[in-house]
Each structure stands twice: as structure tokens, then as C-alpha cells.
Design a binder for this molecule. Structure first.
Ligand code: NAD
Length: 256
């Protein structure tokens, strides 16, 4: 099937869809024919993304909604809301919601550690679990869940004890989910972005960015669309024999 129509009639939930990588995922998926649920803690950004989405394919209907991925109640409400609106659970889910709260290990407050774990790691667990439960309950024949880890979850990064721990956790969670859910036809894979130009990395000082760039074999930061391309592949049947994988989208940074 041509790439431009690979995701026709795939109802897709994208958390963190209001910005950066999540927004690019929503846009790419909509281009390929998916109906997209843009979910974000910021209602305004979720709506902004939704209004930017193409909807030229027959039967395509997007929606924007608020979710706090770290709250079980909020995630449950989200899945119910989707099922009420579309009469089915999402068969594709991309977990792009995430935050950083950087501080050196010696100074990091317990709260900074907990908050990042709650949103990045527990949030991915809650959303993956709720979507998988809904898919299994309705007897869906297949599903694809994509989580967003980070290359620094593998190699560590100064000032990011909380973030790197959360992202390493996301990889472990994804592999376990892949093992448990494959018998239900649900594939689970993780993308590991390197340094991607988004509001998240806009916070990083220019000095650090230019140093990082010098370590990237491809010589530049990545664009959110380049991560979205890989998510679209993982969501589509083009990756039907891939589960439990982590795919690095780093321009070669920290390879091997
Ligand atoms: N930008 C990078 O270089 C990079 C690298 C590796 C991994 N990542 C990961 O990619 C994902 C997207 O990051 P980004 O760079 O696009 O960041 P971003 O800040 O542009 O977008 C993150 C989105 O998540 C939303 N969000 C935050 N907390 C939430 C919550 N509790 N519930 C629901 N939504 C919430 C934010 O409102 C925002 O819209 C994150 O998981 C991030 O850790 C980013």
C-alpha cells in the first residue's frame, strides 16, 4: 500500500499531541488517512494541533481533548470518551507526552524525580494499559502501541537522573507489553529520539546544543517530522513483524 494511505481507518490516540514530536505525529498520521485523537494536558495546544490536521480521506474525523497521562482516572476518562465518540477503541496509540525537570543528581529534589517518573513512565504505563485493555475487551484483531523513549535512557545524560531513568523504564515497559500483548495481535515498539528541535530542547542552552551537534554523525539536530515518519512505519502494517523493538532516531548519535 502506498505510504500516503497506509493509515486509512486507523483510529489513533496521540498523547502529548499538542506540541513537538506528538504534533508532528498527529499531522503525519492524518496525512496518511488516520483519524486522530489529539490528547494533551494543554487544551489550547491540543486544539491548535487539531486545526492543523488534514482530513481529506473519507470517514476521517479528528478530535482534541485534555488528558493528564499521570492520572489513572483521567486516562480512563479519555478512553471512554474515545469509545463513546467513535464506537471503538484506538487501534494505534503513540505515547508522546513527556517532560524534563533537569538538575544535577547531587541537588535533585525528590519531587523533581517523582514528577518526571509519574508523567514519562507511569503515564506510558497507564495509557498503554488502558488502550490494551479496551482493545482486548472488544476483541480487536490488531493494534500497535508506540512509546517514546530517548537515546539518553541508554547512555545517561548530565542533569537528567530522573529523565533518563524514566526513559530506560519506558523501554522495559514496552518490551514487557510486547511479550504479553502479542497473543492479542497488539505490537508494542519504542522510538528513541536523539536531539530533536522542539519546545523541549528550546530550553537547552545554545552552547550545549552546538556541542551536542558536533557529536551527531549526521551533523544536525533532528526534526519532529523525522521521528513521526518512524512512528507511522511502526503504526502501519509495514512493520507487521516488528514488536518489542527500540528504533533509534538520532542521526547516529551514541550509536553502537
Ligand atoms: N525533543 C527531543 O530532543 C526528545 C528527545 C528524546 C525524547 N523525546 C521525547 O519525545 C516526547 C515529546 O517531546 P517533545 O520534544 O515533543 O516535547 P514538547 O514539550 O514539545 O511536547 C510534549 C507535550 O506533552 C504534553 N504533556 C506534558 N505533560 C503531560 C501530561 N501529564 N499529560 C498529557 N500531556 C502532557 C505537553 O503539554 C506537550 O504538549 C517526550 O516524551 C520526550 O521525552 C524528546
Amino acid at each position: 500500500m502506498a505510504a500516503a494511505t497506509r493509515l486509512i481507518s486507523r483510529l489513533t490516540l496521540v498523547t502529548g499531541g499538542g506540541s513537538g514530536i506528538g504534533r508532528a505525529v498527529c499531522q503525519r498520521f492524518a496525512c496518511e488517512g488516520a483519524s486522530v485523537v489529539v490528547a494533551d494536558i494543554s487544551e489550547e495546544s491540543a486544539n491548535e494541533t487539531m486545526h492543523s490536521l488534514q482530513g481529506d480521506h473519507r470517514g476521517q474525523a479528528h478530535m482534541a481533548t485534555v488528558v493528564d497521562v499521570s492520572s489513572k482516572e483521567s486516562v480512563k476518562k479519555l478512553v471512554t470518551q474515545i469509545q463513546t465518540r467513535y464506537f471503538q477503541p484506538p487501534s494505534v496509540c503513540v505515547n508522546a507526552a513527556g517532560i524534563t525537570q533537569d538538575e544535577f543528581l547531587l541537588n535533585m529534589e525528590e519531587e523533581q524525580f517523582d514528577t518526571v517518573i509519574e508523567i514519562n513512565l507511569k503515564g506510558s504505563f497507564l495509557v498503554t494499559q488502558a488502550v490494551a485493555q479496551a482493545l482486548v475487551a472488544c476483541g480487536a484483531s490488531k493494534g500497535s502501541i508506540v512509546t517514546v523513549g530517548s537515546i539518553v535512557g541508554k547512555v545517561g545524560n548530565l542533569g537528567q537522573a530522573n529523565y533518563t531513568a524514566s526513559k530506560a523504564g519506558v523501554q522495559g515497559l514496552t518490551r514487557t507489553a510486547a511479550k504479553e500483548l502479542s497473543r492479542f495481535g497488539i505490537r508494542c515498539n519504542c522510538v528513541l529520539p536523539g536531539f530533536i528541535s522542539t519546545p523541549m530542547t528550546d530550553k537547552v542552552p545554545e552552547k550545549v546544543i552546538s556541542k551536542m551537534k558536533s557529536f551527531v554523525p549526521l551533523g544536525r539536530m533532528g526534526e519532529p517530522e523525522e521521528v513521526a515518519d518512524v512512528c507511522a512505519f511502526l503504526a502501519s502494517d509495514d512493520s507487521r513483524y516488528i514488536t518489542g523493538a527500540s528504533i533509534e532516531v538520532t542521526g547516529g548519535l551514541f550509536m553502537g
